[in-house]
Design a protein around this ligand. Sequence first.
Ligand code: SF4
Length: 568
Amino acid sequence: MGKIMRVNLSELKFKVEEMPTEYQGLGGRGLSSNIIGREVPPKADPLGPENKLIFSAGILAGTATPNTGRLSVGAKSPLTNGIKEANAGGSVAQKLARLGFQAVIIEGCAKELTMLKVDQSGATFSPASSLKGVGNYELIERMKKEHGNKISIISIGPAGEMKLKAASVTVTTPDFHIRVAARGGLGAVMGSKNLKAVIIDDTGCHPVEAKDKAKFKEAVAALSKAILADPLGPGMRDIGTPVLVMMINSFGCFPTKNYSLGQFEGAEKVSGEYMIELMKKRPNAQPSHRCMEGCIISCSNVYTDEKGKVIVSGIEYETIGLMGSNCMIDDLDTIAHMNRVCNDVGVDTMDIGGAIAVAMEAGQLAWGDGKAALSLVKEIGKTDRGIMIGNGCRYTGEKLGVKRIPHVKGQCLSAYDPRGLKGVGVTYATSPMGADHTAGLVLPNPGNPSYNPGAPTGQGGPSQFMQSFMAAADTLGLCMMAGMPLLDPVPQSTLISCVSAFIGESLNEDYLVNLGTPVLKAERKFNNAAGFTEKDDRLPKFFVEEKLPPSGNIFDVPEEEIDSVNKF
Ligand code: SF4
């Protein structure tokens, strides 16, 4: 188990602590949510000094286990007002683990904009006033010049400095592209602490070793084989997450025109298959790219313009769904440019896509007007309209008097309409994180042919299982693409063998449930104490009342079944 670094920004001091008994065996989301649950008053102002910001490496970070380098960022969220964990790939978590840290806890608030550097000697602080208002892309270039290219960077853009509710936290990949812990406005928490960036330098450190090296090597080989055996693997490898566009569109669940249609007539033009054809003609484009060392799937990409200049890495399904079809925009270049601006200013593409769609519904701009949408995104943090949009979908919808606002607990839905994928709808409704597909994506599964995603009942159990599974995956630092092939007991046992060999204990087949479920309970307890009740575990009424064309589905899962999910 790594140690904990506690950073007090008010005093510009730090201390290193052994992992307290109550946090033993945890990493990633499990660790950050337990720290928040014990150390942050549930009714604290998310942007006040009592809130804490946690960067936590998963249990397996820094080891040779594939796809286990995700960084969890946790705090009380200014977007949902509840507990929040958002995670991202990149190289930060692996470097933190190699430095011997399971988590860095940021407390207090610096008097001026500050930069933190963490390396083998501990932590150092420096003023960051020269970075005020600087976007993430320029910040990364400046940091590389100053600190060399062996570092990793956590940073916020101007949106985080301005404490906008949809502000994100950005991390770098080994080749200095951007990955984003996007959801829940955690960039605003970082901004409220006057922390512009954290540099992680693990020079001189070694990989994290397993307790039982021989067994670990064997288990890693078996786990890699299990992940690569996934039938969806080739699609993810060759096309990445945009492979989902045509699939979800064919299910009639692709969010279109602010969730008023389930199929988009421009779907093919924003599909993964179309994207790959475009990339073949463009210099420097990479249809397959890995966001972290040790990834064996490479679902990311590097999207370039016609001249070969990088626009963004990577363009993902969720961004295409929320900034594309949901706004009726059918041009990948426009969506890629909107994505880049969001990464630079530091906001969540999903909540911003949701905000633009509700602004379109309010008549502020025309459906499908990509030029106007891009120009609006460029206003984020600069004009009144840009500040409104930067505060996300719910804020924008309420400000403009829109009735149909697709959010739960203040967070915009992901790119799966819950009327056709009702298990996903139950997850949106009941997750302590607010609407979020990564909290428990329930999709049709060839391994479970009896599951019907459109049936009104039989959704609570699969959602509960997936929420617990994802809480465990997020605690291990495992990426979702590598987690999905491990849902069944046989492939899952290879992951459990890795953890067993790593910690030198023999874990049983219930390990993941026993890891994930208590994390959900701790998060639920925090949210209850913050004032949430079962009434907050509901989808917006229009999903229950409006039939979704072309299927005619409504979200009709009974409330008792929704509420059963959190009766552990
Ligand atoms: S599969 Fe995709 S998200 Fe997962 S580690 Fe690889 S590139 Fe990152």
